[in-house]
Design a protein around this ligand. Structure first.
Ligand code: GLV
Length: 317
């Protein structure tokens, strides 16, 4: 029986090679490069996909699991009909670590004022600027799921003063955790850098708006490593233009690739990176997919399981 592979516009070949190496007995069909999809629907047992066309996954009668090729679930959450099979996220520790290092790089950039030294070098200007100790530099991580926890712990381990906010109470060593609506204002008010790690869902769409940004201290910074649509772009531009937010580092956007005409590209207070803070690579992550397929073959539970938002619990596993 076979695997359907669709990394939707990203690299299918390295996934094909890595999965074939780990599971040589399986046929792997790359979607949509299939001559006659109707002829192979019955043989597909596992769909290994990223942002697959809506409504297609219900059309494989022998499907046993949907294995997502990333940690984000907003695409599968838009499905209104799915087969009654496990949906498994892909959370690769290498990706979590990459995202934490991305956040650490930018926090250090702001704390140590590296941009200022780059500018000084242009004028051959020699001047040292005093900065606070890392333990007095406040960073808040918004969203304390697997990504947020790793980011917060890495920053705390490097000596920064860490707070975190999540909808539900959390505990993380060396991180002061806020939770729920009542503590949201404190999380925003008491920070030098905010790192957004919130997942995108109905509750977080445009969550970071003018009101929350205005709670941040004058001259603070924003880093977004989750999803673009968690931020209200227009409100962020307002807060950058009026000088309230000093700089935003954005790795994710409501529309990707970021359209040429998007004002973020040329905004002097915005750094754009092309959703690379935590790219999932087959070289490490294919092993996690193969292990989950093996777990299912052995009658065990794959993980981490996801309950798609658009599917009732009676229908989903
Ligand atoms: C990447 O954005 C992911 O969701 O894994």
């Amino acid at each position: 029986m076979s695997i359907l592979l669709n990394n939707n516009g990203y690299d299918n070949r390295s996934w094909l090679e890595a999965l074939s190496r780990l599971m040589p007995e399986r046929r792997i069909h790359i979607f949509p490069e299939i001559d006659d999809i109707e002829a192979i629907r019955k043989e597909i047992e596992f769909a290994v996909v990223w942002d697959h066309p809506r409504g297609d996954l219900i059309r494989y009668p022998n499907l046993r699991a949907i294995l997502l090729l990333g940690a984000g679930t907003e695409a599968i959450d838009q499905e209104t009909q799915l087969p009654d099979v496990p949906v498994v996220r892909l959370v690769d520790p290498e990706v979590l670590n990459d995202m934490a290092l991305y956040a650490l790089y930018w926090v250090m950039n702001f704390h140590r004022q590296y941009d200022r030294y780059r500018e000084q070098q242009r004028d051959a200007h020699w001047q040292r600027h005093e900065i606070c100790a890392p333990q007095d530099y406040r960073v808040t991580v918004l969203g304390l799921g697997m990504v947020g926890r790793t980011v917060a712990s890495t920053l705390a381990r490097n000596g920064y003063q860490l707070s975190g906010w999540d909808r539900f109470p959390q505990e993380i060593e060396d991180v002061h955790c806020f939770s729920g609506d009542t503590q949201l204002a404190s999380a925003f008010a008491d920070t030098d850098v905010l790192v957004n790690c919130l997942p995108l869902n109905a509750a977080t769409q445009h969550f970071i708006d003018r009101h929350l940004l205005a709670l941040m201290p004058q001259g603070s910074y924003l880093i977004n490593v989750s999803r673009g649509a968690v931020i209200n772009d227009q409100h962020l531009i307002e807060q950058l233009d009026n000088g309230h937010i000093a700089h935003a580092v954005l790795d994710a956007f409501a529309s990707e690739p970021l359209p040429q005409a998007n004002p973020f590209w040329h905004h002097s207070k915005v750094t754009v990176t092309p959703h690379m803070s935590g790219a999932t690579y087959a070289r490490s992550a294919a092993r996690l997919v193969a292990d989950n397929i093996q777990r299912i073959e052995n009658g065990a539970q794959p993980f981490p399981l996801h309950q798609p938002a658009g599917i009732s619990s009676a229908q989903a596993c």
